[in-house]
Design a binder for this molecule. Structure first.
Ligand SMILES: *Cc1c(COP(=O)(O)O)cnc(C)c1O
Length: 841
């Protein structure tokens, strides 16, 4: 590491502000300073899009020259002024937010996809976290994000001639990444220490500036650590559970300690996935110390302001660690706070009130669930899926009552728009449209068809040019086949309907759906008048043999002489490749097996650019789709109907081909005398108008603020140490009496279409104000689900602790209504915070 990289001295005085500009990742979405970086070092800028690297690789001579160059000086001063203005500007949060987030939000995630020049992500989860941060910056939300700085990040992909995925792990030299050492008030480089068995692991801390928000990154590559420990943060998503646990300790325990050391004291802690759940334990420990309280009280006091967002669609997708591994690694840390491994595992296995602990694994999602005040999935369907996944851990609660909510994901629009679409939107809605709450409908109607179509054509041209350049550097070298032009993608065509498919290659995403009927696909590609061309990209996880096989299948198909140049596979899918594809394609295809796609975000990225979606009715598309905006495979499908069966692939493939043949392709080529495809343009306009704002991260972040953070902060204020202790005592009391509660008589009288139910309940000394009785009927042909409170009528004179409850409801057949008894406490989020429930049967 060179000292120069961290001391601004080597820059000529008049250009000193370049540091500030280069270290603010705002350049990844706001292109005002592009010209500066290009002027400094065009080649480095074009190949890396890393302003910090540009600044570090430019020669002193060049800098001296530019410092004298009036034109550069002018540009530079403009950008510095613009940047200062941006830092000081008022925002939605400062002006219009209906509440106060105090010291702000701490956001934890295992990966962040901010830019291809900061490769600390593997896919959707990281890109979402990056988009969240950028939108938080736009809106002025005080967020501090915490993550890991991997020495290698996720692997880089190449593909051999025979379709084999090759994996490379280039070294991330931190001095070349757009981050700087995190310093404390005295200018010292901040270090964090995490207890490990028999030693302490020292962590270095870095800061990536993402507009107004900071992303703090930890790595263990401190020369004073043992060699093995230096490699803890070497790579992302290793298959080794031991290393994974070490990473989660660094992120969770180290991350929370880092915030404390910086005196950040967040109002809300938001976990993006369960990997970072140990942060919540460390948070409780810290509260415990401050208040001289026990762990249970600390947990109750802190959880009200912990939010857990789950992105997983199958229970097996959650991280879990064995008792043995936890015993080795966590014991020294837990001992400091007098918590045992068993107690910790109990928090991450079954719901806390349930007494049969002893599960041999700690499930990180359940740990998060038991340490949080609210939980959310990432689309409406995913809410249901999450309720089903978590249901077994809420003993005897029906899935509908599991307290998982949802916030549909969104993308950071300014990061994904093209220069062409940016110009069109600016004309329609003005310069600053993405900074404030987006107008839900922007008057795209004022943009004439000609202009919209011109935008689409320019974008497609740029994509085709880009693809040819990429292909020239990949296939051509490897595959000097007979048809050289084809293998370099020269047969790609500027005016041909272009379909894009890019995502992780894994079975549930079904990248091979189009290959299910190769004859039909060949027919579409070969059509003389109405051809189709396809661009593909995606990595398979290094251990996912099936995913690699899917890549092989496509590569084999691409090499067929009758296909070459019409279907191209771009290697090394990353944010850079994604942004090119989503700007240029006409149609974005997504065909996951329903209901496995928790949300899916890549399709949202085409909206702003006038691309159209052709997708499985799953995740976000099940909410967004209607006939006017795009195409859905198996529209209206429900999770219950499809379950997790694999038998629908052929059906879905047929429906996909039918849509392409009968609707998508004819509509694209159906042009009028002016050469404009009017129906297609109508769809583009409808899609841009009605979906762009709704599926933006701007909307998503505001939803988190308004529906979650602000109410959670209020609830947190009511959890004083005293209240938390009171709640703990009450829970203990309820748990003591609960096994003795029982229903006695349950009667019904019928009158003119209504039924009046009465039930007698023995409460064994629990204060009757602490419980509530409900009458429940599941949905049936007699009507929707009913859950209605049965108010208390009176104590039963003849027997102590017995009470009569009664309510009147619409009539249903015998056996449809069942009473249940649950905890009542306005201060708690129930049943999350106390799942005790008793049913009559
Ligand atoms: C958007 C994006 C993803 C996520 O896409 P999905 O549709 O959710 O699979 C993954 N990787 C990259 C590089 C992206 O840009």
């Amino acid at each position: 590491m060179t000292l120069a990289a961290y001391t601004p001295r080597f820059l000529p005085e008049p250009l000193i502000g370049l540091f500030q500009l280069a270290l603010d990742l705002r350049w990844t979405w706001h292109h005002g300073s592009d010209e500066l970086w290009r002027a400094l070092d065009e080649e480095t800028w074009e190949t890396t899009h890393n302003a910090w690297l540009v600044l570090n690789s430019v020669s002193g001579e060049r800098l001296e020259d530019l410092a004298e160059d009036p034109q550069f000086q002018q540009r530079y001063r403009e950008q510095i002024a613009a940047h200062n203005e941006f830092r000081d500007a008022s925002t939605w949060y400062s002006d219009d937010c209906p509440g106060d987030l105090g010291r702000g939000i701490a956001y934890f995630c295992m990966e962040y996809g901010i830019s291809e020049s900061l490769p600390l992500y593997s896919g959707g989860l990281g890109v979402l976290a990056g988009d969240y941060l950028k939108a938080a910056s736009d809106l002025g939300i005080p967020v501090t994000a915490v993550g890991l700085l991997y020495q290698q990040g996720y692997f880089r992909q190449a593909i051999s001639t025979d379709g084999e995925q090759l994996e490379f792990y280039p070294y991330n030299d931190p001095t070349m990444l757009p981050v700087s050492p995190l310093r404390d008030e005295d200018g010292q480089w901040v270090r964090v220490v995490v207890p490990f068995p028999g030693r302490h692991v020292r962590l270095r801390a870095w800061k990536a500036q993402v507009g107004r928000c900071a992303l703090l990154l930890l790595d263990s590559n401190d020369p004073r650590n043992e060699p093995g420990d230096r490699g803890i943060t070497s790579e992302l998503y290793t298959g080794d559970p031991e290393k994974r646990l070490q990473q989660e300790m660094v992120l969770g325990i180290g991350g929370w300690r880092l915030l404390e050391q910086m005196d950040i004291q967040p109002a809300v802690c938001h976990l993006n996935e369960g990997h970072c759940a140990l942060a919540l334990i460390e948070r409780a420990f810290s509260w415990q110390q401050e208040h001289m309280a026990d762990f249970h009280t600390a947990r109750v006091a802190t959880r009200a302001t912990n939010l857990f967002t789950t992105h997983t669609s199958v229970a097996s997708g959650f991280d879990h660690f064995s008792r043995d591994l936890l015993g080795i690694y966590l014991a020294p840390w837990l001992e400091l706070h007098e918590l045992t491994i068993e107690q910790l595992i109990k928090l991450g296995s079954v719901s806390v009130s349930d007494s049969d602990a002893g599960a041999p694994h700690l499930n990180m999602a359940l740990l998060a669930l038991n340490m949080c005040g609210r939980i959310n999935g990432v689309s409406r369907i995913h809410q249901k899926v999450s309720q089903t996944i978590f249901q077994p851990f809420f003993n005897r609660w029906p899935a509908e009552d599991i307290p998982a909510e949802f916030v549909t994901n969104g993308v950071h629009t300014p990061s994904w728009d093209s220069p062409e679409s940016d110009a069109v939107w600016t004309r329609a809605c003005g310069q600053d449209r993405w900074r404030r709450p987006l107008q839900m409908s922007c008057p795209m109607t004022h943009i004439p068809d000609e202009e919209l179509w011109e935008m689409r054509r320019l974008q497609r041209n740029r994509l085709v040019n880009y693809l040819r350049r990429r292909l020239a550097s990949q296939h051509c070298e490897q595959n000097p086949a007979n048809n050289h032009a084809a293998s370099c993608g020269l047969l790609l065509d500027n005016e041909t309907l272009t379909l894009g498919f890019a995502r992780r290659f894994t079975e549930y995403k079904r990248p091979d759906l189009l290959l299910k009927d190769q004859e039909r696909l060949l027919g579409l590609l070969a059509s003389r008048d109405r051809p189709l061309q396809i661009v593909l990209a995606g990595k398979a996880h290094p251990y996912d043999q099936r995913g690699k096989d899917l890549i092989r299948q496509w590569k084999a198909f691409c090499r067929r002489p009758d296909v070459e140049g019409k279907v191209v596979f771009i290697e090394d899918y990353d944010l850079g490749v994604a942004s090119q594809l989503i700007q240029g394609v006409d149609v974005w295809l997504n065909c996951p097996r329903h209901p496995w796609e928790a949300c899916g975000t890549s399709g949202m990225k085409v909206l702003v650019n006038g691309g159209l979606n052709l997708s499985q009715y799953d995740g976000w598309w099940a909410e967004a789709w209607n006939d006017a905006v795009g195409w859905a495979i198996r529209p209206g499908a429900t999770f219950e109907e499809l379950g997790r069966s694999r038998e629908h692939d052929l059906y879905d493939a047929r429906e996909l081909f039918d849509l392409l043949e009968n609707d998508v392709i004819p509509s694209f080529y159906d042009v009028d005398e002016q050469g404009l495809p009017r129906t297609w343009l109508q769809r583009i306009r409808a899609s841009m108008d009605s979906l762009t704002a709704s599926y933006s991260a701007n909307r998503m972040v505001r939803e988190y603020v308004e529906r979650f953070y602000l109410p959670m902060v209020e609830r947190g204020k009511q959890r004083s140490a005293g209240t938390a202790a009171e709640i703990v005592a009450e829970h203990a009391e309820i748990a003591r009496y609960w096994p003795k509660l029982r229903f006695s008589t349950f009667n019904v009288t019928e009158s003119q279409g209504t039924q009046t139910y009465t039930v007698e309940i023995y409460l064994d000394g629990i204060d009757e104000t602490r419980i509530t009785v409900e009458l429940v009927a599941e949905a049936s042909e007699y009507g929707p689900r009913i859950v209605t409170e049965m108010p208390e009528r009176r104590p039963l004179a003849g027997s102590a602790h017995s009470y009569l409850y009664e309510c009147t409801v619409p009539s249903r057949p015998e056996g449809h209504y069942t009473p249940r008894l649950r905890v009542r406490d306005e201060r708690l989020n129930l049943p999350l915070e106390n799942p005790a429930v008793l049913w009559l049967r």
